[in-house]
Ligand binder design. Structure first.
Ligand SMILES: [Cu+2]
Length: 314
């Protein structure tokens, strides 16, 4: 957009603002709020934001399940380096699908040494097609990427679709400028330990909930994943078992779109001792908290819960 068109757009928005007041749909998000959209297999969102408590309103405007994991890049690692790592992950996945032990070892051997230094900084959890989720985390100034490694036809969304074309990876610079946002308050708290979720304060209800998530412990699985939390609907007796088999990205059907259950968002990994928030609207019904780890039920990282009145027709 050139300068004249920018000025024109600015004037138009000023006139519109004067005409209809602050409720107009073109208002930028309030400080500390970011709108992130999943469109096809790409993210749309800002490239730079101020630092502080930040709510990511994640709009899944695609026909696929997605999530938005925020990684802080280690010092000296570029977004291009990160996209190179995504190529290595796809090679490892392809080798695992072929069952060739030598190829698997070779693929993992090509991972850069810094892969273990990627710092996870939360971000919105798994969200089914067409839904909107909200997660709030504290972001320090730094260079981040937001990634989604759900698979479609065995290909991670993060895998670059062509030379120099990034996959579902959105670079995000968090500046030294503070956003001034106060920390949210919550109506319930869940504490995550390595062997389970525990509701440690308050309760989840029908309607809007803000759930504080305390990462009392964090762990590193061999598949590079750790403790996190996602909210799924439980519509039938087998739903938890179906989800349990889906949450291991190393399996051919693992994290493959579509998910076998409806996913309402969540909060990706934070370090031990840190906390963040999930905001979610719940209808009366049955749900479960579940982690994206291999065999979450056996790991203890599934917690069923219900809200509201039981439907007498069921
Ligand atoms: Cu995705």
């Amino acid at each position: 957009m050139n300068a004249n068109r920018l000025m024109g757009a600015w004037l138009t928005s000023c006139l519109f603002f004067m005409a209809v007041g602050p409720a107009n749909a073109t208002s930028p998000p309030a400080p500390g709020f970011v709108e992130l959209r999943a469109v096809g297999k790409t993210f749309e969102g800002p490239s730079a934001i101020p630092h502080g408590w930040t709510t990511f309103r994640f709009v899944n405007a695609s026909p696929m399940v997605h999530f938005a994991l925020i990684d802080r890049l280690p010092e000296g690692v570029t977004v291009e380096d990160f996209n190179g790592l995504m190529v290595a992950f796809q090679a490892a996945m392809d080798a695992m699908n072929s069952g060739d032990a030598e190829a698997i070892e070779a693929a993992f051997g090509r991972f850069p040494a810094w892969v273990g230094d990627l710092a996870r900084n939360g971000g919105p959890g798994f969200l089914s097609a067409g839904m909107t989720g909200e997660a709030t985390v504290y972001l320090e100034p730094g260079q981040y990427v937001i990634e989604c490694y759900v698979k479609s036809d065995g290909i991670f969304h993060t895998t670059p679709p062509g030379e120099g074309v990034p996959g579902m990876v959105l670079p995000l610079t968090v500046s030294e400028v503070p956003n001034g946002r106060a920390e949210p308050s919550a109506n319930a708290t869940v504490t995550i330990r390595n062997d389970g979720f525990e509701l440690t304060d308050g309760a989840l209800n029908t309607g809007r909930n803000t759930l504080r998530v305390e990462f009392a412990e964090q762990q590193a699985f061999p598949s590079f994943v750790g403790n996190d939390i996602h909210i799924m609907r439980v519509d039938g007796a087998d739903d938890i078992a179906r989800a349990d088999g889906w949450f291991d990205w190393r399996l051919p059907a693992g994290l493959e779109d579509p998910a076998p259950v409806t996913l309402l968002g969540g909060l990706n990994d934070l370090a031990a001792g840190e906390h963040g928030y999930i905001t979610v609207d719940l209808d009366a019904g049955d749900y479960a908290l579940i982690a994206e780890v291999p065999a979450p039920a056996a790991a203890g990282l599934v917690l069923p819960f219900s809200v509201g009145e039981a439907d007498p027709a069921e």
